[in-house]
Ligand binder design. Structure first.
Ligand code: GLC
Ligand code: GLC
Length: 795
């Protein structure tokens, strides 16, 4: 295992970064409810409340050079030396640096010339704020006098206009300074009911709220003129760029430690409580928050509560096996990442700007399968929220806005796989919880009051949206695209100024059909039929018929001889066929059709899996398609815009690798399933510099075998890979599958790893499973019964 930049501390559930100049900012997320932060290993990043675009609290510099400039910066001026506990922005070499990213908190330790600073940042449960606990210790032998500065830069709320509308923005900024708190109240005078603040639990010796006064017109964050001169401007911002900085003149005896608590918070006030006097903000809620974090004991208790929160979530599924990489992935990082992707969908990361995308219809349905065992109530709410954006014909908006929960067409619509994911998410929810009642919940269309029908009706129209939109081979029409957003078969764009996602679709007369949707339909249709039978719904028979017809259509016109075709294009020509010069084999249809077990008896699944290995597998996982497209193909759209080996054009799009892992496991091919799993799982990563992004989370894409630098990761954190790998490892490799009436234990692992223990909380039961897998297929069913059960299972 490569530890050039850091290592796992499993007992603490932390990743420990040992040098600050990681190949890319390695970030963590803070927050569990509606106040969230992104925080890098040098304390960079930003926070927001509820919506990364409309309620942005700290400014982030898009395309900044170097990147990741701005964050929670503490400056220590010790004589002529100025340094930061997280190394940036001054980058003064430290005697010691360490960053520990933990569950919902990050800790930085910086030490310089006998002074140690330990900065812990977290978002406490039940509050809309970040708390920063800064401990300063004199580790030397002489008394130390120094100055400490805090610093954050405010965003003018709308993260998008914040970086565009300067003719307005540079005149709107407003702040207040009172007591120990610096308030940011831009636009509070008009329609906003919210303000932000940055306060501290002791009096300060100086402050600044105007960026130019603090930094100086020609200085960057690395050389603030006030810090360099040991002063504060006591500036009150009027327009330009409001910031918040406190100054403290401090002294510590040898061995002495001091601790400060900073609160970076967000407050909403009801309309009639906004002001205490003309244009003076009502500070009551901010002061209450300050009060809640005014003593070390309160801070410690808050951290302990946060730890207990994560202990609670992560204790619901644990494994003890012979493979430490597997254990730390399953017990810690994969589940943590599932929670983060559930919170954020694809909105805010160091690759997703927080101003581009909201909550995806298909993405959020998939994400909830990674968290339903931890927070079933929130999964339930998410299903209702998503379904509420559906149209009466079963079609969907591709995304909805987290603040309003309204669907929109900003990143396109008419993706014909979208509706089926609602069945996928709901089935996963009911199998985990046994809550069939959700099916009777009234759910509107397009959020229009008065249009409510039961969730079950939504599932039925999701299903029939596919059967209502079949193409010439009886296969599903693809619409704008299927899961692969970039396979745009009805788009024909020759205008570089339009997006493939939103440009007019020419679906009239289209013969473009998707084998990925066909596989998804068969797999989910089988689940849906089972669900309908369970509740005695007579539509079950029709669903089964439609599924059987689709299976027949796939076998007849979706099989290429050695693998499943990918699609038919607008004109009815094959995509993903041996007949094609490029893009002969695609992963999505191999994954979905083998998960659906289409043609398994005739040996199609084994052949398709063999082909995936032969054409798609490389050292770092399986590429999406092979050979890569080497030129733009107008008939195919965005997929062919990417250089070979990246993203949807033959990148290792990790999200779809678990589909093949599951397909392999269902076929009983343990060695291949395990090998594919290890290749994409970061805990097994052998080269941190090559991988570049965080070694503790999955990324959306790793450059494929045709790329310039195969193995280089991108788009870390917010990816369906988290939920899908979770499903693959928990249900198919370790083999603990929730069913309507209990757990089916049906592992598929290489025999040397076949002996392990799983602790699984399932509804009101706790199962301690001692599993000894000897290669027997078929599994062992444990009926659900409340209480604690210890079970020895030999298979
Ligand atoms: C991105 C999108 C997801 C899509 C995938 C493949 O990850 O978030 O919805 O399925 O790309 O294009
Ligand atoms: C681009 C990306 C794809 C993503 C889509 C979202 O097409 O390649 O991964 O899902 O944008 O709109």
């Amino acid at each position: 295992m490569d530890t050039s930049f850091g290592y796992f501390d499993d007992a603490a559930r932390e990743y420990v970064i040992t040098r600050p100049d990681t190949p890319w900012p390695w970030i963590n997320y803070l927050g569990t409810e509606d106040f969230f932060s992104l925080i890098s290993n040098t304390a960079g990043g930003y926070c927001f409340c509820r919506d990364a675009k409309f309620r942005r609290i700290l400014r982030y510099r898009y395309n900044g050079v170097p990147m990741d400039a701005g964050g929670r910066y503490y400056y220590i001026k010790d004589g002529d030396t100025v340094w930061n506990p997280g190394w940036k922005p001054c980058k003064t070499p430290l005697d010691r640096y360490e960053c520990r990213h933990g569950m919902g908190y990050s800790r930085f330790i910086g030490e310089k010339d006998g002074l140690q600073a330990e900065l812990t940042c977290w978002v406490p449960l039940g509050h809309r704020c970040e708390v920063h606990r800064l401990r300063l210790t004199n580790t030397g032998t002489a008394r130390k006098s120094f100055q400490l500065y805090s610093f954050v830069e405010w965003c003018l709320w709308n993260a998008s206009t914040d970086m565009e509308n300067f003719q307005r923005n540079l005149s709107t900024g407003e702040v207040e300074v009172e007591g120990r708190v610096l308030y940011h109240k831009t636009e509070y005078r008009e329609r906003r009911d919210h303000y932000a603040f940055f306060g501290v639990n002791r009096p300060f010796d100086g402050f600044d709220t105007d960026r130019e006064t603090f930094l100086g017109m020609y200085n960057g964050f690395e050389a603030p003129q006030q810090v360099l001169s040991g002063t504060s401007g006591n500036s009150v911002a009027h327009g330009w760029s409001p910031v918040a900085s406190h100054r403290f003149d401090m002294a510590l005896e040898p061995g002495q430690r001091d601790e400060l608590l900073f609160v970076l918070g967000y407050v909403e006030n009801p309309e009639d409580e906004k002001f205490t006097e003309q244009q003076v903000i009502n500070k009551r809620r901010a002061l209450e928050m300050m009060e809640a974090f005014s003593t070390p004991a309160q801070a410690e208790a808050s951290l302990a509560a946060l730890r207990a929160f994560w202990d609670g979530l992560l204790s619901r599924f644990t494994v003890a096996s012979a493979v430490p990489e597997l254990d730390r992935t399953v017990n810690i990082w994969n589940q943590y990442q599932c929670m983060i992707t559930f919170f954020f969908s694809r909105s805010a990361s160091y690759f997703e700007s927080g101003i581009g995308r909201g909550m995806g219809f298909r993405d959020s349905n998939q994400d909830l399968t990674g968290i339903v065992h931890m927070i079933p109530e929130r999964a339930r709410q998410r299903i209702i929220d998503i379904a509420s954006t559906q149209f009466p014909d079963g079609g969907c908006y591709h995304q909805y806005q987290p603040l309003s929960k309204r669907g929109n067409n900003d990143i396109g619509g008419g993706f014909n796989d979208d509706p089926l994911w609602l069945i996928f998410g709901t089935v996963a929810y009911i199998k985990e919880t046994g809550d069939f009642g959700i099916l009777q919940e009234p759910v509107p269309f397009d959020n229009q009051p008065g249009t409510e029908v039961s969730l079950l009706e939504h599932l039925k129209i999701s299903f029939s949206h596919v059967t209502d939109n079949l193409g010439p081979h009886g296969l599903p029409l693809i619409g704008r695209a299927d899961w692969n957003d970039c396979l745009n078969l009805n788009c024909f764009s020759d205008n570089p100024d339009e997006s493939f996602q939103t440009t007019e679709n020419q679906s009239e007369g289209s013969q473009a059909e998707s084998l990925m949707i066909a596989g998804l339909f068969v797999a989910e249709g089988k689940d849906f039929a089972e669900l309908l039978e369970r509740i005695g719904d007579s539509d079950a028979a029709g669903v089964k018929q439609a599924v059987a017809a689709m299976e027949a259509a796939v076998k007849k016109d979706g099989w290429d001889g050695e693998w499943f075709l990918r699609a038919y294009d607008f004109y009815g020509r094959k995509i993903g066929s041996d007949e094609c010069a490029e893009g002969k084999v695609f992963i999505e249809s191999q994954g979905w059709c083998t998960m659906a077990r289409i043609g398994a008896e005739e040996g199609l699944c084994d052949k398709a899996l063999d082909s995936a290995v032969k054409y798609l597998e490389c050292d770092y996982g399986m590429v999406l398609n092979n050979p890569a497209y080497t030129a733009y193909i107008k008939d195919y759209g965005e997929i062919s815009t990417y250089p070979e080996g990246y993203k949807e054009n033959a990148g290792i799009f990790c999200h779809n690798n678990p589909w093949v892992i599951i397909g392999e496991a269902m076929a009983g091919r343990a060695d291949a399933a395990w090998r594919h799993y290890c290749k994409i799982t970061p805990a097994f990563c052998q080269d941190q510099r090559l991988r570049k992004v965080e070694p503790y989370v999955f990324c959306q894409m790793v450059a494929g075998k045709d790329a310039a630098r195969p193995g280089e990761g991108k788009n870390s954190w917010l990816t369906g890979t988290a939920a899908w790998t979770w499903k693959a490892v928990s249900e198919f490799l370790l083999g603990v599958k929730p069913q309507y009436d209990g757990l089916l234990i049906d592992p598929c692992l290489p025999l040397p790893y076949g002996t392990y223990r799983v602790h699984r909380r399932f509804r009101d039961a706790e199962y301690d499973l001692n599993i000894h897998y000897t290669g027997r297929r078929g599994g062992c069913f444990l009926p659900y019964e409340a209480g604690s059960h210890t079970v020895d299972i030999e298979l």
